[in-house]
Design a protein around this ligand. Structure first.
Ligand SMILES: *[C@@H]1O[C@H](CO)[C@@H](O)[C@H](O)[C@H]1NC(C)=O
Ligand SMILES: *[C@@H]1O[C@H](CO)[C@@H](O)[C@H](O)[C@H]1NC(C)=O
Ligand SMILES: *[C@@H]1O[C@H](CO)[C@@H](O)[C@H](O)[C@H]1NC(C)=O
Ligand SMILES: *[C@@H]1O[C@H](CO)[C@@H](O)[C@H](O)[C@H]1NC(C)=O
Ligand SMILES: *[C@@H]1O[C@H](CO)[C@@H](O)[C@H](O)[C@H]1NC(C)=O
Ligand SMILES: *[C@@H]1O[C@H](CO)[C@@H](O)[C@H](O)[C@H]1NC(C)=O
Length: 379
C-alpha cells in the first residue's frame, strides 16, 4: 500500500467538493464546501495509520475528507460509542475545518503517536480504555484549547509532564487507572478552571502540591489508591464546590482538617487509612446532602453528631475501625434512606434502638461496647 495515500485523495476531495458547490451551491450548507485544515488532516491520518485503525465507512473519512459526514453533524455526539473511533470538527469560524474532538476507546495497543499533539484545536480528547503504553509527551502542553482530557484505563507510564499545567482551559482531567510514577507536578495548580480530576490508581505518589490551593472550582475528585503522603491539606476545605471527594487507600498521616466543615455540597465523601493522627467528626455536621460517607480506619475519636438524623439522603455510612465513642444516635436507625450502616470496631455504647428503618439491610455494629440484640424489622 502506498504510504503517501493522503495528499492526493484530499486534493481530489476538495476539488470535487468545490465543483459540487459551484454547481449545486444553492442546495448545500456552506460548511459542506469547507475542508479540514491540511496539517490537521495529515496529523489525524498519521495517528490512525500508526494505530492501525480507520473510520467507520459512511460515518466520516480518513483517506478522504476527515471533517465530513457525522464529524460535522452537531447532533452526533463525540462520546457515542456507535461512532468509535470518532472525531468532531468545527467549521464555523474559519476558512477551514478544525478537528476539535477525538475519541478512541478500546481499540488501540501501543504508544500515543507524537503527531497527535499537532491537533492543536482539540478541546476534547478521550482515549479511555485502550492499552496505551509509553509516556505522556510534554507536547500535550501545546493543546491549549483542551477542556476535556481523558486518558484513563491505559498502561501509560513515566512521570506526568509539567506542561500539563499549560492547559489552563481544562475542565476535566482523567488519568485514573494508569501506570504513571513520580509526584504530581505543582504546575497542575495552574488549572484553575478544573472541575473534575481523576488520579485514582494512577501510580502517582507524594504530597498534594501546595499550588492545589488554587483549584477552588473542583467539583469531583477521585484520588484513591495513589501513594499520596503527608497531611491532607487544610486548603481542601476551600474547595467549596466539591460534591465528591475520594481519598481512600493513600498514605496520609495526621487528621482530617476541620476546614472540611466548609464542604457543605458534598454528596459522596470517602477517606480512609490515615495513620499517625487523630481526627474528629464534628466537621460533618453541616454536610446534610451526603449520600455516601465512608471514614474508615482514621483513628477518629469523637462521637457521632447528634444531628445525623437530619441527613435525609444518606444511604451508606461506614465509620468502622476508629475509636468513636458515645451513643449511636437512635435517629440514625430511623433514616428511611439508609441501607448500609457499618460502625464495627469502635467504642460505641448503648442503647441499641427499639426500631429500625426497613431500608437498612446491611448492619455491622460488632466489636463495640454495645449490649443487647437488634430489634426485629418492622413488617
Ligand atoms: C507536526 O508538527 C511538526 C512541527 O510543528 C511538524 O514537523 C510535523 O511534520 C507535523 N506532523 C504532521 C504529521 O503533520
Ligand atoms: C469521505 O470522503 C469523500 C471524498 O474522498 C467524500 O466524498 C465523502 O463525502 C466523505 N464523507 C463520508 C461520510 O464518507
Ligand atoms: C508500569 O510501569 C513500569 C515502569 O515504570 C513497568 O515496569 C511495569 O511493567 C508497568 N506495569 C504495567 C502493568 O504496565
Ligand atoms: C508550558 O509549561 C512549561 C513548563 O511548566 C513552561 O516552562 C512554559 O513556559 C509553558 N509554555 C507556555 C507557552 O505557557
Ligand atoms: C481559603 O481561602 C481564603 C479566602 O480566599 C484564604 O484567605 C485562606 O488562606 C484559604 N485557606 C487555605 C488553608 O488555603
Ligand atoms: C489515635 O488517637 C489517640 C487520641 O485520640 C492518640 O492518643 C493515638 O496516638 C492515636 N493513634 C495513632 C496510631 O495515631
Amino acid at each position: 500500500m502506498g504510504g503517501s495515500s493522503f495528499s492526493s485523495p484530499l486534493m481530489q476531495a476538495s476539488s470535487i467538493a468545490t465543483a459540487v458547490t459551484v454547481f449545486f451551491g444553492f442546495f448545500l450548507d456552506g460548511a459542506e464546501s469547507l475542508t479540514t485544515h491540511p496539517s490537521e488532516a495529515r496529523a489525524i491520518n498519521s495517528v490512525f495509520k500508526k494505530w492501525g485503525i480507520s473510520a467507520k465507512p459512511n460515518i466520516w473519512n480518513i483517506s478522504g475528507e476527515p471533517c465530513s459526514g457525522e464529524a460535522i453533524n452537531n447532533a452526533a455526539s463525540l462520546l457515542d460509542r456507535k461512532y468509535n473511533p470518532f472525531i468532531k470538527c468545527d467549521c464555523s469560524n474559519d476558512e477551514t475545518c478544525h478537528i476539535t474532538g477525538l475519541m478512541v476507546n478500546e481499540l488501540v495497543v501501543g504508544e500515543i503517536p507524537e503527531e497527535l499533539w499537532n491537533l492543536t484545536y482539540l478541546s476534547h480528547l478521550n482515549l479511555n480504555y485502550n492499552h496505551l503504553t509509553g509516556s505522556l509527551s510534554p507536547a500535550v502542553g501545546n493543546l491549549t484549547r483542551m477542556k476535556y482530557l481523558v486518558l484513563g484505563f491505559n498502561a501509560l507510564s513515566g512521570e506526568l509532564p509539567k506542561e500539563l499545567g499549560n492547559l489552563t482551559e481544562l475542565l476535566s482531567l482523567g488519568l485514573g487507572k494508569t501506570n504513571f510514577s513520580g509526584s504530581i507536578p505543582s504546575e497542575l495548580g495552574n488549572l484553575v478552571k478544573l472541575k473534575k480530576l481523576h488520579i485514582d490508581s494512577s501510580g502517582l505518589s507524594g504530597q498534594i502540591p501546595p499550588t492545589f490551593a488554587n483549584l477552588i472550582n473542583l467539583e469531583r475528585v477521585w484520588a484513591s489508591d495513589v501513594e499520596l503522603t503527608g497531611k491532607i491539606p487544610d486548603f481542601i476545605g476551600n474547595w467549596s464546590k466539591l460534591t465528591l471527594l475520594k481519598l481512600q487507600g493513600n498514605s496520609f498521616e495526621g487528621k482530617i482538617p476541620s476546614s472540611f466543615s466548609n464542604l457543605k455540597s458534598l454528596t459522596d465523601l470517602r477517606i480512609s487509612e490515615i495513620s499517625d493522627g487523630s481526627s474528629l467528626l464534628a466537621f460533618i455536621r453541616n454536610m446534610k446532602f451526603l449520600i455516601v460517607l465512608v471514614l474508615r480506619n482514621n483513628n477518629i475519636s469523637d462521637s457521632i453528631p447528634s444531628n445525623i438524623g437530619e441527613f435525609q439522603k444518606l444511604t451508606r455510612l461506614d465509620l468502622s475501625f476508629n475509636s468513636i465513642t458515645g451513643q449511636i444516635p437512635e435517629s440514625l436507625f430511623n433514616l428511611s434512606s439508609l441501607s448500609s450502616l457499618f460502625l464495627g470496631n469502635n467504642k460505641l455504647s448503648r442503647p441499641i434502638p427499639t426500631q429500625i428503618s426497613q431500608s437498612l439491610l446491611n448492619i455491622d455494629l460488632s466489636y463495640n461496647n454495645l449490649s443487647g440484640r437488634l430489634p426485629s424489622w418492622p413488617n
